[in-house]
Write a protein that binds this ligand. Structure first.
Ligand SMILES: *Cc1c(COP(=O)(O)O)cnc(C)c1O
Length: 372
């Protein structure tokens, strides 16, 4: 009997497209191969013929796309006999570095901005046993320190300035082309340090050059308006947004991201925190998909550009949802208007509550007398 191929991670699947030595010890947690979900309810609200798919990267092992890059970066760190890795992080890189270092049996040092990391991410870095250094400064300051310390000691940087991170992350574009059978017309994603937009463009371009696909998407990078150096066209020193994963004023992949934008004839654009939170909520309420705020910037930006016609009717678009909603439970709870109803623990109270809520839910479309 033919045995079914078991998916063990993206290095296993794309090894011939990644710079991995043949005798390398692979560090994998089964990352990649994430769902590409076609939205069913949100597009109806536009009244246009537009297909929107979301690449749900929150379903990677530590809950963000960072795992794709980390698997390759930590595998290479072992090849190069590093005993330790280091990163500056807005949260997800530290969670991912901590997990892959634990798996590899090496030390992870993570530098995070004090008080600006979502709860779930800290929980991960702590339990995976990373050495956590909180600094009284933002991500950009942390990044600078990491570069300085790594130049003076034997520790591998696993931020996206590490080219192996980008190599791993490009595989998300491969998966999209393989699953759709074509490249989308537009690829929308949140931009912070700009490693991921660089990686997707590399992935699309690689398959395009080899004739796996006959087109490449226009890359649309969305930033939070309080943290938007690509829209300002210059570095900014005090970035701020509720979407902490993209709270970055000095993006490291500056030139490569501009190149992706230019070559693809795409664009950068900004969304307000309010638009981001609205998109996050829409995805949760209308599609059953829970992503963290930064991730929702992709859909928030796409929605603005669909409404304005910049993304025309007939388009097929993919939005990357970079991280899982459970990463940041505090924001989800604080922006939810869903009431918690406390009742007595008996059948009559439950029945009464059901009756009451059912009426409320039905009232907008089918006017029922006396419901009010
Ligand atoms: C890291 C991260 C981003 C930003 O990706 P860059 O490669 O830094 O542009 C966006 N969303 C989430 C959830 C992230 O963790």
């Amino acid at each position: 009997m033919a045995s079914q191929t078991r998916y063990t991670g993206l290095i296993d699947k794309y090894r011939d497209r990644l710079p991995i030595q043949s005798d390398s010890t692979i560090v994998s947690l089964g990352e990649g191969n994430t769902p590409l979900i076609k939205l069913e309810n949100i597009p109806k609200e536009f009244n246009r013929d537009i297909d929107i798919y979301v690449k749900y990267e929150g379903l990677n092992p530590t809950g963000s796309f960072k795992d794709r890059g980390m698997s390759v970066a930590v595998t290479k760190a072992l090849e190069e006999r590093s005993q330790a890795i280091i990163c500056a992080s807005t949260g997800n890189t530290s969670a991912s570095a901590a997990a892959y270092a634990a798996r590899a049996g090496i030390t992870a040092f993570v530098i995070i901005p004090e008080g600006k990391i979502a709860h779930g991410k800290i929980a991960q870095a702590m339990l995976h046993g990373a050495v956590i250094l909180q600094i009284k400064g933002n991500f950009d300051v942390g990044m600078k320190l990491v570069k300085e310390v790594a130049s003076k000691s034997q520790v591998a940087i696993v931020n996206s300035i590490n080219p192996y991170r980008i190599q791993g992350q490009k595989t998300a574009a491969f998966e999209i082309i393989e699953e759709l059978g074509f490249s989308p017309d537009f690829h929308c994603l949140p931009v912070g340090n700009a490693g991921n937009i660089t990686a997707y463009w590399m992935g699309y371009s690689e398959y395009y050059a080899q004739g796996v696909t006959n087109a490449r998407p226009r890359m649309c990078g969305y930033q939070a308006s309080g943290s938007a150096p690509f829209i300002a066209r210059k570095m900014i020193d005090d970035p701020d947004t509720i979407a902490t994963a993209i709270r970055i004023g000095h993006p490291q992949s500056w030139d490569k991201a501009w190149q992706a934008k230019e070559e693809s004839q795409g664009w950068f654009s900004a969304c307000t925190d309010e638009e981001i939170l609205t998109a996050q909520k829409l995805l949760a309420e209308k599609e059953g998909v829970f992503c963290e705020p930064a991730s929702a910037a992709s859909l928030a930006g796409a929605m603005v550009d669909i409404q304005s016609g910049k993304i025309p009717s007939g388009s097929k678009i993919v939005c990357t949802l970079t991280g899982h909603g459970l990463k940041d439970p505090n924001i989800a709870i604080s922006q939810s208007k869903t009431p918690m109803i406390t009742i007595e623990a008996n059948l009559a109270s439950v029945q009464a509550a059901l009756k009451e809520r059912t009426d409320v839910r039905r009232s907008p479309s089918s006017p029922s007398d006396g419901a009010k």
